[in-house]
Design a protein around this ligand. Structure first.
Ligand code: ZN
Length: 310
C-alpha cells in the first residue's frame, strides 16, 4: 500500500514536472531581443517564445503597457528584456501583471557600455516620481544594433533561460555559442567593409548606431534627432555647420523615423543620405536569420554611400 502510494507520487511529480516544463512560455519585450531569444531556444521542445510589443514598433522609448501586454505578461513564466532602461515600464507595472515572472536582463554585466551624449528627454520631470529609472545613469541601451553586442546578448539570454529551465541548458548554450560565432563573423565582415571606405564619419538620427559604429569602425559626428522630435530651424543650421566642419561622409536615417530631416540635411550639406536599419523593428514572422540579412544589406549601404577607397 505504502509502496503503491510512493509510485503514484513519483508518477504525479513526473507528470507535473513535465507539464511545467512543456508549458514554459518565454515572452520578449522588443523585436531584436525576441529574434535573438528565438535563435537561442531553437530545438528546445515545449518552450514557446512570443513577442510582447508589436514587431513594427522599433525602440520602445516612452512605451506604456497595453491591456493586451498585461495579459501576455500574466501568462508568461519568463520575460526577456533589453534592459539598460529601454523598457521604462519594468518594475512596478510588470510586477503587478505577474508577481511570479522571472525577468532575464539580456544586457546584464556587459562591459564597456557607452553613455548617451545627451540625456534622453522623456517628457517627465526628474524630480517627480514617474516610476522608472532614467536610462541607468545614461548608459546607451541600443546594444542589439551591433552584431558584436548581439553575440553577448545571446550568451546572457542562454544563462537566464538555463536558470529557468536547467534541463534545456545544453541546447541554450550550444545555440548561443553558434549564434555568437555567426554574429562575430558578421561584425568582422562589416569592419572589413568599413576599412575600405574613403570616409568613415557618419550622422545618425538618435543614439541607435553608437555600438555598431564603435564595433565596426565608423565615427559618429552628429545626431539629428536625439530626443525624437524634428530639429528647429536654428538646430538645422547648427547641424549643417557641424556636418561640414567634421567632414561627415553620409547621413543615415533609420526606418522608425521619417527620412525627411536626414534628406534635408543631406541636401543642405551636399552629402548623401541613406537608410540604415538597426533591426529595432521587423516583420511579423521574421526568419531566424532576419538580423543577419538586414545587417549584410546595411554593410552594402555603408559601402555604396561612403564610397570604397579605390
Ligand atoms: Zn532608441
Amino acid at each position: 500500500m505504502k509502496r503503491a502510494r510512493l509510485v503514484v507520487m513519483v508518477v504525479w511529480a513526473m507528470v507535473v514536472g513535465g507539464i511545467a516544463q512543456a508549458a514554459a512560455d518565454v515572452l520578449c519585450t522588443t523585436f531584436p531581443i525576441y529574434q535573438i531569444t528565438r535563435n537561442v531556444v531553437q530545438g528546445r521542445e515545449g518552450v514557446s517564445v512570443a513577442l510582447m510589443m508589436p514587431a513594427s514598433l522599433g525602440c520602445p522609448h516612452h512605451y506604456s503597457l497595453t491591456p493586451q501586454d498585461m495579459r501576455k505578461l500574466a501568462r508568461a513564466e519568463v520575460l526577456v528584456v533589453n534592459g539598460l532602461g529601454l523598457e521604462e515600464f519594468l518594475g512596478g507595472p510588470v510586477e503587478k501583471a505577474n508577481p511570479q515572472l522571472r525577468v532575464v536582463d539580456s544586457s546584464q554585466g556587459i562591459k564597456d557600455l557607452l553613455q548617451f551624449a545627451q540625456e534622453p528627454d522623456d517628457g517627465c520631470d526628474h524630480g517627480q516620481a514617474c516610476g522608472h529609472e532614467h536610462h541607468n545613469q545614461g548608459a546607451n541601451p541600443h546594444l542589439f544594433a551591433s552584431p558584436r553586442m548581439a553575440a553577448l546578448l545571446a550568451g546572457n539570454i542562454a544563462t537566464g533561460l538555463s536558470k529557468a529551465d536547467p534541463e534545456g541548458a545544453g541546447i541554450y548554450f550550444k545555440n548561443a555559442t553558434a549564434y555568437a560565432a555567426a554574429m562575430n563573423a558578421l561584425a568582422d565582415e562589416m569592419a572589413a567593409v568599413v576599412k575600405t571606405l574613403r570616409n568613415n564619419r557618419i550622422v545618425q538620427p538618435h543614439g541607435i548606431f553608437d555600438y555598431l559604429a564603435r564595433d565596426i569602425g565608423l565615427e559618429i559626428v552628429a545626431v539629428t534627432q536625439p530626443h525624437g522630435q524634428e530639429p528647429s530651424a536654428a538646430e538645422m543650421l547648427k547641424l549643417v555647420e557641424t556636418i561640414r566642419e567634421k567632414k561627415a561622409g553620409a547621413i543615415f536615417t533609420e526606418p522608425q523615423y521619417s527620412p525627411k530631416v536626414g534628406q534635408t540635411l543631406a541636401r543642405e550639406s551636399g552629402i548623401p543620405s541613406a537608410v540604415l536599419d538597426p533591426v529595432a523593428s521587423g516583420p511579423d514572422n521574421a526568419l531566424l536569420d532576419y538580423y543577419e540579412q538586414v545587417m549584410r544589406k546595411n554593410a552594402e549601404t555603408i559601402q555604396v554611400t561612403l564610397g570604397a577607397d579605390e
